[in-house]
Each structure stands twice: as C-alpha cells, then as structure tokens.
Design a protein around this ligand. Structure first.
Ligand code: ADP
Ligand code: ZN
Length: 670
C-alpha cells in the first residue's frame, strides 16, 4: 500500500540556502525518495525543477507547514532523472565546497525537463577521418603502464587518479580509449570530458569509431529532446560512454568506471557563471564516490595538478615521445631593433615564404583580444608590474592611472619607458584582424583564414574554418588561442608566434603558466607529419618562461614558477577565493565592497588567511555595472565559506541593486 500523502523537502534553484516543503500524492504513481527531481510551482513561476532532499509521510489532514499553506508537487520525474545516492552526494559536496545553495547546482544534473521535446534536427554527415585500425596499433610500454594501472583499479573496484603527461601526439588518446574499453568490457560506463567539442571533431570521430552506438556526445548543438534521449539512454545503461564538455560530467552514466579529463589544464573546465565550479576537481570527487578511475591528461598539465601528482596524490605517467616524429625545433627571434614590419620580423617572413613555396601550410598565433590595457614599451618591450603582487598593472582612464586590481596599488602613468627611457610607452594594441590585412599585403597570392572570436560568432563557423584548413583549402591560418587547441593539421610545416611575451603581461598571477601552456601547445601544431619548425618572435628573448617553452621543457618551467607561487602565497600552495561585487552606482558599490572587506579583515585575517582589496575589476565598468573584487588567500573551512555566503546575502539585503558572488578557486582573477 502506498502512502496517501508525502511531505517533501525540495531544494530549488533560487539563491536561498534552504529547502521548501511540498505535498506529494503518489496515487497510482511512485513515492518520491531523496535524489528524485520534482517539478513544482514556486512563487509566480508555474514550473521549477527541484531536488527532493527528504521525504516522509504526511499526517492525514495536514495542509499547512509552519503556518504556510502546502503546495502540491506537479510531477516527480521518472527514475531515469533521479540523481540516485551517488550524484545526490556529489551535489551536496558541490553545495558545501562551492558555498552554494544546494538547489543552485540542481540544473547541472538534469537536461531540459522532459516534455519539451523539439523535433530532432537533420543529421549532418560526419566527415570521415582516417584512423589507424585499433587492432593494428601496438601500444608502447609507456602507454601500457597507465592502462595496466587503470585496469588493476577497475579490477579491484577502487578509486584512483592518474595524470598522463604526454606531449601532443604522444598517444594519450589511445590510452584513454583503451582504459574506457577495459571499463566497458567489465560492464561499466565512462565519461570523456573535452574542453570544447566543436574544436575536436577528430577526437569525437575516433571515439565513435571505437565504441559505435554505445557512445553519445553532449554539446550545445543538441535540441532539448536529443539531450533527454542521451540522458535516458545513459541512465538505462544503453549508452556506456558519454563525451562532452564540462557539463557532461553530470550525466547519469550507469556504474561509472572511468572519467577522462582531456586537456585537463584548459580553463573551460571552470564554469564562470552560476553555479561556479571546476569540472576537474568535481570529476575527482565524482570518481571517488563512484570508485572509478579518473585520468587527467595534458601536454601541459595545470601547475596545481602537477604539484598534486608530485605529492603522490595522482599516479604520474609520462609519454615523452611523439608517435612517428620528434617535436619541432623552436627558434626564438628577437624583435628589438630589427625593424619589425607590421608585426613581422624578416626571419618570420622569409620562413613563411619558403614554406608556402613548398606548398606547406603556415599557422600564426597572435593572442591580442585587446581587453587588458597593459602598457608596453614598443622599443624594448617592457611592461610594468605591481610591486606587491607580481602581476601586470593595467591602464585605467578616469582618473588616468596604472592600477593593480589584486591589491589596489596605483601609480602614475609614466611618460617614458621606465626601463629604457624611450618615449613610446603605450597601451598594447593591434589585433588579429589587423594582422590578417597586413598578411594579405605581404603574401597577395596566399589563401588566408582567420580564427578568433569575431570570425566564429556564427553557428558552425568554427568547424568550417578548421575543416577547411585541415583539408589544405587555405595556406595560412591566423588566430588567437583558438588555434592552439588540440587540432591535428597534418600539413602545417611552420608555426609562427607573433609576440611570444604578450601573455606574460596579462594582469593575472597565472600569466606565466598560461603563456607556457599556450606556447607549448601552439608549437605542438607544427610538423605533425613531415618536417616542422616554430618561430617565437619576442621582445624578451631571454625570458626564462619563453626559453622553457621553446625547449618544450615543463620541468624547467616548474623550477621557475613554483618558488614564485610559494613566496607570494598563490595556488597551488594556498587556495584563493574571490568575491565579486557589481552595482550600477560606483560609490555605493565601492562602499559595500569596503564594508565587506572590513568585516573579512576582522573575522578571517590571520597568519593563514590574507584579505586583498577591494580593487576594481580590469573592466571597471561593464554592461553599465561597476565591478570590484576582494581576494581571500588561504584555506577556508566549509563553515567559513558558508559564513561568507551569508555575509554576501546580508550585504545584498543592505545595498539595493547590488550583485555579489563567491568564486571558490577562481581561474580568472580579474
Ligand atoms: P595525443 O592524444 O597524445 O595527441 P594520439 O593518441 O592522438 O596522441 O596519437 C597520435 C597519433 O599516433 C594518432 O594518429 C594515433 O593513432 C597514433 N598512435 C598512438 N599510439 C600509437 C602506437 N602505439 N603506435 C602507432 N601509432 C600510434
Ligand atoms: Zn598588487
């Protein structure tokens, strides 16, 4: 016999850290259990999806709870949509660690509510990619080792994390596929995370080739109905392998055995909007709960991951060699006093001409998005740094000054270069569009494609540009960091980096790490088949970060960077937490930020915790809102983070129109 009525506690995606009571009448349907998703009315909204956190029998005749009239649940979603005990536990962990109301993580766990099924779009034919027959590949001992370790963990049903550090083209993907196959052979499932699926049609094609109908990809191009089908298929165990960007981590894969986090250093694993979370960290937690194997892989692992691996928390496996060919040599070309013409040195122009002459392709990387207005001397390349924080200070206009947005340090804008005394100390300018025009002037015959934020606004344009270039329908591809991702362009002989030191001047403590990663990644695009060559143009040829990247030498980079992180108390040695405040009125927003910083200094500051700021964001004003941030350096307890969340709620109540959020382990700190 079923219960006549149930009283359910439901967490809803609203910014209130509490649950709400509803009445559920199972009737002929099923009783609700914790972990189920429920559709309920909330306020004036008729349908909100929430998470059942508790269910008990409701005494006959009860119509109110704590004086409020009980509203009825509209629908308990079918069991395929239930979080089950493990994902419920994961949701609770996220709510605690990221200091979010539980309800705010709920949308990550369900596709659009069923019932909203759109017509499936016509399937476009997948382009065919040549691949080696898996049976024909003989895995190298370096590949076999992580596979054997994973297999042993799967055999024992134990959690374990592995870091696969392998240069581009060293065979990491083969390892992922073999470990997934081992899990599937044991009847277990897998999640394969990629930074951005639109960028990796080749990898997707390889996975499909291996696992056929047992694979489904989640990406932004899916309709609501298609998403539901993947979700239900995974929950029923028909789909064994789910591939996708960070959101695929929450797919209800049955008996999860493996989670792959490919290109684990990629910043797209961090969600920088509500709910803010990091998919790499969350993948490790889901893996632990599911007793699964988690494989993090990259040619340029995140510094934090690298340090954790050295501490023995992840088993470290290296794939030091490329399959088939070596890594391309990198030439570092000094831009000082060489008469750089519209961004190009003679060395680069000559090398490009030779490459085009041989009907090989050229890839050019220029990472100017022109947002961080960093000052740079156009004679010696000097940029100015904050004396306290070792990050670039940025130019702000009203009032005109240089400003560190970590600690708020300000300085006069120098009229001449502080290093060489030259009179061209100016905001760094330019952009890929200008470079493309200049290129056309240098090489009127060449077919040029550009890949950046502006050329990829339209749906499908990403893929079109990449496919065209991979098929040698163009001679030169110029672009921002989008060109550095894991593409396989077989006929690229030359990679040119137009300003290798650009990224070093970013106002972020991870500037050196990002530069090293980007330079190493982009260099890895050259000579995938046949000879390759890389040229780094730079104002600072002696810069050790650039030198380490030119040598493809991660160890050397770690020796440089880790002491700096340690001395200044940045991750991976201390954690960071960022509080963001936004408001239409500058004075009131700053006052709120200062009030908050004052409370934090009183309550948290100590030997283990430092409060920095408030300081304005790099975009002081964006979409008609003034932005300020406060940084908290140090390890906070769950209780302290929860307390911070209540501080923000109080602040919002006190300052009308203020927006405030908490960003745990921020990736972009500006
Ligand atoms: P990564 O993921 O590290 O970039 P891939 O797994 O894509 O590397 O491997 C690069 C290329 O080398 C692919 O074409 C792959 O099929 C091939 N490959 C990988 N492992 C082997 C192997 N053991 N023997 C021969 N070819 C291999
Ligand atoms: Zn500073």
């Amino acid at each position: 016999m079923t219960t006549a009525h149930q009283l359910l506690e439901i967490a809803l995606p609203v910014p209130l850290p509490r649950t709400f009571s509803y009445r559920h009448t199972p009737g002929d349907g099923r009783e609700a259990v914790p972990g189920d998703l429920a559709v309920v009315p909330f306020g004036r909204r008729r349908e909100v999806v929430g998470l059942v956190t508790a269910a008990r029998e409701l005494p006959v005749g009860t119509t109110t709870v704590e004086g409020a009239a009980l509203r009825d649940v509209k629908l308990i979603l079918p069991p395929e949509y239930s979080l089950g005990p493990l994902r419920l536990e994961l949701a609770r962990w996220m709510a605690g660690y990221y200091a979010l109301p539980l309800g705010e993580v709920v949308p990550l766990f369900h596709p659009p509510a069923p019932g909203t099924r759109a017509r499936p779009r016509k399937k476009k034919a997948e382009p065919a990619y040549p691949d080696l027959d898996p049976a024909a590949i003989e895995l190298t001992p370096a590949q076999a080792a992580p596979i054997a370790r994973s297999d042993a963990l799967l055999e024992r049903g134990e959690f374990g994390a592995l870091l696969l550090h392998g240069v581009t083209g060293s065979g990491k993907t083969e390892v992922y596929l073999a470990v997934i196959a081992a899990a599937v052979a044991r009847g277990r499932g897998a999640i394969y995370l990629l930074p951005e699926i639109a960028l990796t049609p080749q990898t997707l094609a390889r996975i499909k080739l291996r696992f056929g109908d047992q694979v489904a990809a989640i990406h932004s191009g899916l309709s609501a109905g298609e998403r539901c089908r993947v979700h239900e298929g995974a929950a029923r165990g028909e789909i064994k392998v789910v591939v996708g960007p960070r959101s695929a981590l929450f797919a209800p894969v049955r008996d999860l055995g493996v989670i792959v986090v490919d290109e684990e250093h990629d910043s797209s694993y961090k969600q920088d909007e509500k709910p803010r979370y990091h998919a790499r960290h969350t993948a490790l937690v889901r893996g632990r709960l599911a007793r699964a194997v988690v494989i993090l892989g990259s040619a340029t692992p995140d510094l934090e991951t690298m340090v954790r691996a050295r501490e023995g928390r992840y088993a470290l496996f290296g794939l030091p060699e490329r399959q088939g060919c070596g890594l391309p040599p990198v030439e570092v070309v000094d831009m000082r006093g060489t008469g750089v013409r519209e961004g190009f040195t003679d060395t680069l122009l000559t090398a490009m001409a030779a490459e085009l002459e041989n009907h090989r392709q050229v890839l050019l990387f220029y990472n100017r998005r022109g947002f961080a207005r960093v000052m740079q001397c156009s004679q010696c390349g000097e940029t100015s740094l904050c004396p306290n924080c070792d990050i670039a200070v940025t130019l702000h206009l009203r009032p005109r000054r240089l400003l560190c947005h970590y600690c708020g340090h300000t300085a006069r804008v120098p009229a001449t270069c502080p290093a060489c005394g030259g009179d061209a100390f100016l905001p760094a300018g330019g952009g890929t569009e200008k470079i493309e025009l200049n290129l056309q002037a240098h090489f009127p015959e060449a077919r040029i494609l550009r890949l950046d934020h502006d050329t990829t606004r339209r749906r499908g344009s990403y893929r079109r540009i990449l496919t065209a270039f991979a098929g040698h329908k163009a001679d030169i591809l110029v672009g921002t960091q989008m060109v550095a991702k894991g593409h396989h362009f077989p006929e690229v002989g030359l990679v040119g980096v137009l300003a290798a030191d650009d990224g070093l001047a970013m106002p972020d403590f991870r500037a050196a790490e990002r530069s090293f990663q980007l330079l190493t990644q982009v260099a890895g695009r050259a000579g995938r088949t046949g000879p390759g060559k890389v040229i780094f143009q730079t104002w600072r040829p002696e810069d050790p970060v650039i030198q380490a990247a030119a040598a493809h030498d991660m160890e050397r980079f770690l020796e440089l960077e880790l002491p700096v992180r340690k001395a200044l108390g940045y991750p991976p040695y201390r954690r960071l937490l960022r509080l963001g405040l936004l408001g239409r009125r500058q004075g009131a927003t700053l006052a709120a930020a200062e009030a908050l910083a004052g409370v934090l200094r009183d309550q948290l500051q100590g030997p283990a915790v430092t409060i920095l700021g408030p300081a304005p964001g790099v975009f002081e004003r964006l979409q008609d809102r003034y932005r300020f941030q406060i940084l908290v350096k140090g390890d906070l307890t769950l209780r302290q983070k929860a307390w911070l969340a209540t501080c923000l709620a109080d602040l919002k109540a006190a300052y009308k129109g203020l927006e405030a959020y908490l960003d745990v382990d921020p990736v972009m700190v500006f």
